[in-house]
Ligand binder design. Structure first.
Ligand code: HAM
Length: 426
C-alpha cells in the first residue's frame, strides 16, 4: 500500500487503504465469506458504526483490553458518550432486542460485514480499522447450530482457495461450572510466584494468565487446571456433540484447552481459525457461544453463537499462500475511438453494451491510438473496440481480441450481439 509521495495527508496510522487493483482482492474475500453465510439462510443486518459507549462496556466486558484500552470513545456535540464499534456482536444483540426479532421465529440468523475500530498497536495484519464478516444465530441452544456456524466459516475460507489454516476449538463451560473453575484456577495461580501485574490479572480474569506468552509464565502455568477437565455434565455433552457434528461434516479441528479469547461474553463452544503464514497476528477468524449476553443487555435469557472473520487478514493469508481470489480486470471491453466523431459514437456504444450487462470502459481525453491501446491492456479487458473515422463511414467497428491480437470488422449494428457472443464463448 504505497502512498503518493507529495500528498499533504496520509491515511490515519494503522488504517489500510484498498485501492485498485488490490481492492479487487478485498472485495472477493469479503463477498466470498458473506456468500457462505447467505447459503445457510443468514439475513443481512446493517448496523451503526457508532453506539452508546455503555453497550460495549456492558456487552464486551470492562476488564477486556478491547474495552479498557482500545476503544475510540468520544463525546458527541450533545455530550453523549459514543464509541466506534470495536466488534459486531453487542450491536447485533442491541438491535435484535430493540426490534423484537427474538419474539419471532428462532433462531434469528443474521450476517454483517464492515469496519470495526480498535486502538491497537499497528503492525502487519493488525489495524486500527479492521474489516470483518460476521454471523450471529440467536435463540437456540443446539450443538448442531454451533457446528453450522463453524462449518460456514470453514467453507467460506475454503471457497476462496485458502488451505493453510486450522480450526482450534474448546469449551469455556457455563454458569454452573465456570465460577467453580475460576476459583480453582485462581487458587492455583495465587500459589505461584507471580509479578504484581500478573497477579492482578489473575484476580480480574484468571483465564488471561493462561494466555500469557512469556516463557517463565508459560512454564509456571503448564500444570494449571483446565476448564475442559471441569465442565458440567451438560456443557461436556454439548461440546462432545459439537465435535461429533464437525466430524460428520468433515471439518477438521484441534482441541485447544488453553484458548483464551479477547472478549468476555463467551460461554461453552469457543473457536478460532489460525493461519500459520501470518506471523504474530495469526487469527483469521474467531467466535463462539455467548449464552448470557442478551440478558445482560436487558433482553430475554436467550442463547447465541456467532463468528467474526477478519477480511484484512484473510487477504494477507491468501497472499501468503500465493493465491488470488479476485480478478483485477475492471472491465471486459475497452473502447478505443480515433477522433472526435468516433468518440461521440463510442460513448453511445459503451452505454448500449452496459445496458446488455457487459462491463465497459473507454479512452477519454483525446488520447492517441498508442496511449488508448495501452489503457485497454491495463484495464484487463478481453476485447478492444477500435473505431476510426473511416469505419463510421463504412458502418463497421474493429473488434480486437486483446489476448491474441486478432482483429476483425463487424457491422456497427451487430456490435452488442457480437461482443456478447465472444464473451459467452470465454
Ligand atoms: P475477534 O476475535 O475479536 O472476535 O475478531 C474476529 C477477527 O477479526 C479476528 O480473528 C481477526 O481476524 C480480525 N481482527 C480483530 N482485530 C483485528 C485487527 N486489529 N486488525 C485486523 N484484523 C483484526 C469478534 O470480534 C467477535 N465479535 C466475533 C464473534 C461474533 N463472536 C461471536 N459472534
Amino acid at each position: 500500500m504505497s502512498k503518493p509521495s507529495n500528498s499533504a495527508f496520509s491515511a490515519p496510522k494503522g488504517v489500510p487503504d484498498y485501492v485498485p487493483p488490490a481492492s479487487a482482492e478485498f472485495v472477493a474475500v469479503r463477498d466470498g465469506l458473506t456468500r457462505a453465510a447467505r447459503l445457510a439462510g443468514y439475513g443481512h443486518i446493517e448496523l451503526p458504526i457508532f453506539e452508546d459507549t455503555g453497550l460495549f462496556a456492558r456487552g464486551v466486558g470492562e476488564s477486556t483490553d478491547v474495552v479498557s484500552k482500545e476503544m475510540y470513545t468520544f463525546a458527541d456535540r450533545g455530550d453523549r458518550s459514543v464509541t466506534l464499534r470495536p466488534e459486531g456482536t453487542a450491536g447485533v444483540m442491541r438491535a435484535v432486542i430493540e426490534h423484537a426479532l427474538d419474539r419471532g421465529q428462532l433462531p434469528v440468523k443474521l450476517s454483517y460485514s464492515g469496519p470495526f475500530f480498535r486502538y491497537e498497536r499497528p503492525q502487519a495484519g493488525r489495524y486500527r480499522q479492521l474489516q470483518q464478516v460476521g454471523v450471529e444465530a440467536i435463540g437456540v441452544d443446539d450443538p448442531a447450530l454451533d457446528a453450522e456456524v463453524i462449518a460456514i466459516a470453514d467453507a467460506g475460507f475454503r471457497s476462496l482457495g485458502l488451505e493453510g489454516f486450522r480450526l482450534e476449538i474448546t469449551s469455556l463451560g457455563d454458569d454452573t461450572c465456570r465460577p467453580q473453575y475460576r476459583e480453582l484456577l485462581q487458587e492455583f495461580l495465587f500459589g505461584l510466584d507471580l509479578d504484581e501485574d500478573t497477579r492482578r490479572r489473575a484476580e480480574i480474569n484468571p483465564l488471561r494468565v493462561l494466555d500469557d506468552k512469556r516463557p517463565h509464565i508459560k512454564e509456571m502455568t503448564a500444570d494449571a487446571p483446565l476448564m475442559l477437565d471441569h465442565l458440567s455434565q451438560e456443557a461436556k455433552a454439548h461440546f462432545e456433540e459439537v465435535l461429533a457434528h464437525l466430524d460428520a461434516l468433515g471439518v477438521p479441528y484441534v482441541v485447544n484447552p488453553r484458548m483464551v479469547r479477547g472478549l468476555d461474553y463467551y460461554t461453552k463452544t469457543t473457536f478460532e481459525f489460525v493461519h500459520d503464514g501470518l506471523g504474530a497476528q495469526s487469527g483469521i477468524g474467531g467466535g463462539g457461544r455467548y449464552d448470557g449476553l442478551m440478558e445482560q443487555l436487558g433482553g430475554q435469557p436467550l442463547s447465541g453463537i456467532g463468528f467474526g472473520l477478519g477480511v484484512d487478514r484473510t487477504v494477507l493469508a491468501l497472499a501468503a499462500e500465493g493465491k488470488t481470489a479476485g480478478s483485477p480486470a475492471r472491465c471486459e471491453v475497452f473502447g478505443v475511438p480515433l477522433g472526435d466523431e468516433a468518440k461521440a459514437q463510442m460513448v453511445v456504444i459503451a452505454a448500449q453494451l452496459r445496458a446488455a450487462g457487459i462491463r465497459v470502459d473507454m479512452a477519454y481525453g483525446g488520447r492517441g491510438v498508442k496511449g488508448a491501446m495501452k489503457a485497454a491492456d491495463r484495464s484487463g479487458a478481453k476485447i478492444a473496440l477500435v473505431l476510426g473515422e473511416r469505419d463510421i463511414v463504412d458502418g463497421v467497428i474493429g473488434v480486437k481480441d486483446l489476448a491474441t491480437g486478432d482483429q476483425r470488422q463487424v457491422q456497427l449494428g451487430e456490435v452488442v450481439t457480437e461482443v456478447g457472443a465472444i464473451l459467452a464463448d470465454g
